[in-house]
Design a protein around this ligand. Sequence first.
Ligand code: E4P
Length: 217
Amino acid sequence: MKIFLDSADIDEIRAHIASGFVDGVTTNPSLIAKSGRNILETISEISEMVDGPVSAEVAATDHETMLAEGRKLAGLAPNVTVKVPLTEAGLQTCRALSDAGTQVNVTLCFTAGQAMLAAKAGATFISPFVGRLDDIGQDGMGLIEEICTIYDQYGFETGVLVASVRSTQHVVDAALLGADVVTLPPKILTALYQHPLTDKGLAAFISDWEGTGQSIL
Ligand code: E4P
């Protein structure tokens, strides 16, 4: 399962790339707004830093403008994936961009029916938002299970990109279900390293080692 970073913060992305675990990056209009920077400059910079796909989202809601925005974003770098919302116009744009050889990430997916349409529209990735479903008392991971089952059953090649991740358990559950990608807020990627027993065990090893008076180097 690939790990993408869900961020538009250049410094944050740079710091995490050093870990070697970042296979791609996803952004959205809210993350761009939070960065306080120009979208075109930001996406160009991220695309240079990251080898894998970098999702950049269109802002328009009508097909013609979305298509023009998508073409412009795709022209920034070969690894830009154009992100479109799961609407009728978004899927029409997905089909047009996909037919032209552009990678497309269909976002704001909340049902398996929507995911089926995205696959049939040639999406490279579908982004189901698990955390936002959990937030309203629904079963985000249940949606991932449904989509993975349907995609497997029909041989759809669209990658399941688990988005709106809120916890390390979401990451494990996504992996158990066979999702292709998780996109993680930086704090969740950091949390994946951590366990109190790791800290406790390491403190004991360090203390015992110091007692030996030895040095490996
Ligand atoms: C990623 O592509 C999504 O935009 C993102 O994961 C949304 O997460 P949120 O629900 O925490 O805003």
